[in-house]
Write a protein that binds this ligand. Sequence first.
Ligand code: FAD
Length: 466
Amino acid sequence: MILHWHRRDLRGRDNRGLARAAGDDPIVPCFVLDPTVLDHASAVRVRCLLDALAGLRAWYRERGSDVLVVRGEASAVVPALAAEYDASTVVWNEDYSGLARDRDRAVTAALEDDGIAVETVHDAVHHEPGSISPNQGEHYSVFSYFWKKWKDRQKAAPIEPPDAGDLADVSGEPLPSLDELGFDEPEASPPTVTQERARERVATFCSGPIYRYADERDYPAAGATSRLSAHLKWGTIGPRAVYAATERAADRAGSADEAASVEAFQRQLAWREFYAHVLAYNPDIVTENYSGYAAEIQWRNDPDELAAWKAGETGYPIVDAGMRQLREEGWVHNRVRMIVASFLTKDLLIDWREGYDWYRRKLADHDTANDVGGWQWAASTGMDAQPYFRVFNPMKQGRDYDPDAEYVTTYVPELADATPAEIHGWHEQTPADRERIAPAYPAPIVDHADRRERAIEAFERARGDD
Ligand code: FAD
């Protein structure tokens, strides 16, 4: 037998490790519910995980097999499964976070002690860390250089799944419930994450919306993005299948603008790989600034302001809409992620690690590389980050990207009867006007202009400019 250990690749199709496992010996597919990994998880993500596992199980069962879902420390249960099924080899797809790599080293050592071979392959990205690098150094820190090479590099086609005959005739125990794993029902209801849903999303997006992506992707009310992030995070679709669908869309493009829009989308897929490369070489960026300053940044970390940000009660409508969308859906539009992250780290001068921690708990698509990359970008501590003196103006962002306040009023019902001008000018209203327009909605907790100055001064002090 050969064991294929599924981790963040919860699909049968276009799965390099699973295809690699196919050969003379039947494949036993497995997944480990590892308590160390679950300790870092959250209810919304475990909900997605269980849905994805149920989808994967259905896929295997249609083929006369199953995925064995076992609980325990991976370094104990993977060797135990290998022994139980008399497996000669265990195959898995590489993961790039520090936590995953520590776990994989422990599992490899335990398997090798038992005389069982380990084979690992790169599957989650088109081009593995180290394969796109500058002349000096292991990875690019500037995205535009990375993108230029990434886009010109040949991409592999989707990989055929093994035949049903390659899969072992096994049958697993029922999946545990959220409760059995120690989690309450999540506050958010994210869309179901399974390989079937992922395929549908890609097909729908690439049949039309992809051609409007470049023009509309920054408008949160437009619903113009692919919503593939949770699927890519859990691996219910693979990067090759997504890219191949975009290439077919490019072939069908009716104009240069439509073709450029497809490329704009592919560029975002490259951001995901850029951050994966950075994380692979810098595992400590989950806790440490990527770009150091001469002195520590003096974060203020006011607990009341942090609580208002988390609750979506800052009195800045687009910030509050984003924070409430996060709680309701476990997903936030990219532009709004940037706005709320800038607000936390600059207007409130709260350490980006507080924001990262909240996102990690609340996002269904939390992906260590993208999440820490996004936070450090917004906090001006990251790779190719926002310069420290560029502080998003939340009112202007609202006016520019949600001109009709459609996004804001979807998530902030207290403002449902206010006009877009009243909403985006909320900070300028007198207390009497605020009471008349939307009495239940809070006044701004801070003055943006003052806080912008204060943030710039704090970063200049950290740089040693004075
Ligand atoms: P689309 O616009 O349709 O993009 C397609 C895919 O490209 C995404 O699914 C994602 O895999 C990738 N992608 C798009 N934008 C980015 C980006 N800026 N960086 C890296 N990859 C990108 N993305 C996550 O997948 N997980 C996270 O935990 C995460 N945390 C973030 C935190 C902050 C503070 C910020 C500013 C951004 C974060 N992002 C994260 C990036 C981005 O916001 C999401 O990938 C995107 O909103 C997901 O929606 P979508 O699938 O509709 O995106």
